[in-house]
Design a protein. Structure first.
Length: 183
């Protein structure tokens, strides 16, 4: 059942790895943006803070469940197909989250998003260690670390961006700029 790995050129390996890194970055940024937007999500769906917290909790629990399964799933499906399915599932459930009609549907869609997209992050690590050796492996690991740091450092910037892009633009008025308040 196991077929030998196809021989890829260094350029093909770098392109595949870079594409996977973009998917990982989007999954990480999604966590940060939702975290920064929980208050707005709760307001938009007429939900209290206790219910709204489950939007993030459901995603993280589902992700934690699928991460240990990623190794087995990649052996069953292959790393390429699992990542493709994970990215497609993450994208589809992102659309479902945008169409959520109440807090319960948002929580369900976020849990599904965490489960379907949860394999992307460990697969990037797997690919880095499968594709690269020696100094290239160090560069790949450093790239992953830089992406993780960038996503974490994005957190303080996420709130103003979310405020600028919030849904009140759909009510016939442009998003209001954030004005620093004097002390």
């Amino acid at each position: 059942m196991n077929s030998p790995l196809p021989t890829l050129s260094t350029a093909q390996k770098v392109a595949a790895f870079a594409t996977m890194c973009v998917g990982m970055f989007i999954a990480l940024i999604d966590i940060q943006i939702v975290s920064a937007s929980l208050k707005d999500i709760g307001g938009g769906l007429s939900a209290g803070a206790d219910d709204t917290a489950w939007v993030q909790t459901a995603y993280l629990i589902a992700e934690i469940i699928v991460i240990p399964m990623s190794g087995w799933l990649s052996r069953v499906m292959s790393t390429r197909w699992l990542f493709a399915a994970s990215a497609a599932g993450f994208t589809l459930t992102s659309l479902l989250c945008a169409l959520a009609w109440n807090i319960q549907s948002m929580i369900a869609f976020r849990a599904l998003q965490g489960f379907l997209g949860g394999s992307m992050i460990p697969l990037v690590f797997t690919t880095a260690f499968m594709y690269f050796n020696g100094k290239q492996r160090v560069i790949a690991a450093s790239t992953i670390g830089a992406i993780l740091a960038l996503a974490v450092l994005h957190q303080p910037a996420a709130r103003p961006v979310c405020d600028l892009c919030r849904a009140d633009a759909g009510q016939g008025r442009p998003p209001q700029p954030i004005v620093a308040q004097g002390r």
